[in-house]
Ligand binder design. Structure first.
Ligand code: CP
Length: 320
């Protein structure tokens, strides 16, 4: 592949390849000096048309740790505000001869549209309700490390039961994780109020629940998602208090999962709504900060692998 648009475009062996590639960067990032200059001389543009903390910063850190020149374009300060179209923005970025472009955009399909217009690899940092592939990859890597730390086999997730609970309808994270976790052998349950569950999602292999207590029964991993209030368009949803009562992950509720079940959240969290602080901060169960750590390593792997062809190193497809 030239681009990384979605987990849906990847084979299982390609997902595992990216996870394995990221391991060297996990090790590097834990050293005092975190630098490997293999992308020296390359320019990475982060073009973010939506807000971000984790994804933007970790792509920036990833590019810099690999020696690339990294520039960030924030839509709020760009000529998008003057009416420039997405395609003209893409043509403009292309004329600057970037070596990789990382895009976050509020519309599903925007990343592919830009990829079709530029001459360098494009990495999807989240497009609308479609996909957030590096999030699913970092989630898989965080899970792999957490299972390994417990002495459990974690080359893939065969036999693992995972529930993803929250605003599934609007969640690109849920979609990418459903595809990625299933490709790695896990059984995935999706849980949401009826208005926040996409119609027909069962066709993607998910087990659908609306009762969180039933969905939690016996799962090994609980992944919580926030309500994306900025994307709501008339869906009937409970108040934050009611939502917490029905779908909030509390310490008591977590007891319905398997004894050592791990807790994940891609962030940003709304503490006290979808997750209680005493669960989010459980040292032995919550791997939320480890997810953030793995984000840098995964984005280093993605930038490295996708720029191999332009650097004259055999590319992804060439090596396979
Ligand atoms: N998980 C995630 O995408 O977070 P940001 O929106 O802060 O990048």
């Amino acid at each position: 592949h030239r681009d990384l648009i979605g987990i849906g475009q990847l084979e299982r062996h390609e997902i595992l390849f990216l996870l394995d590639e990221a391991e060297q960067w996990v090790a590097l990032n834990r050293q005092a000096t975190k630098r490997e200059n293999r992308l020296a001389g390359l320019t990475v543009i982060n073009a973010f048309f939506e807000n971000s903390t984790r994804t933007l910063l970790s792509f920036e850190i990833a590019g810099k740790r690999l020696g690339a020149d990294v520039v960030n374009m924030h839509a709020a300060q760009s000529s998008v505000k003057k009416g420039e179209t997405l395609i003209d923005t893409a043509i403009t970025l292309n004329a600057m001869r970037a070596d990789a472009i990382v895009i976050r955009h509020g519309s599903s399909g925007a990343t592919q549209l830009i990829a079709d217009k530029v001459g360098c690899p494009v990495l999807n940092a989240g497009d609308g309700q479609h996909e957030h592939p590096t999030q699913a990859l970092l989630d898989a890597l965080a899970l792999r490390h957490a299972l390994r730390d417990r002495g459990e086999a974690a080359d893939d997730f065969t036999g693992l039961k995972i529930v993803i609970c929250g605003d599934i309808l609007h969640s690109r994270v849920a979609r990418s994780n459903l595809l990625g976790l299933q490709a790695l052998g896990a059984t995935v349950r999706l849980c949401a109020p009826p208005a926040l569950m996409p119609a027909g999602i069962e066709a993607m292999g998910a087990e659908v629940y609306h009762d969180f207590d039933a969905a939690l029964d016996g799962v090994d991993v609980v992944m919580m998602l926030r309500l994306q209030n900025e994307r709501m368009s008339g869906q009937f949803i409970p108040s934050a208090r009611e939502y917490h009562h029905l779908y909030g992950l509390t310490k008591t509720r977590l007891r319905q999962a398997s004894r050592d079940a791990l807790v994940m959240h891609p962030g940003p969290m709304n503490r006290g709504v979808e997750i209680d602080s005493e669960v989010a901060d459980m040292i032995d169960r919550s791997i939320i900060t480890r997810q953030v750590e793995m984000g840098v390593a995964i984005r280093m792997a993605a930038l490295d692998v996708l720029t191999r062809r332009s650097r004259g190193v055999p590319g992804w497809g060439d090596a396979a």
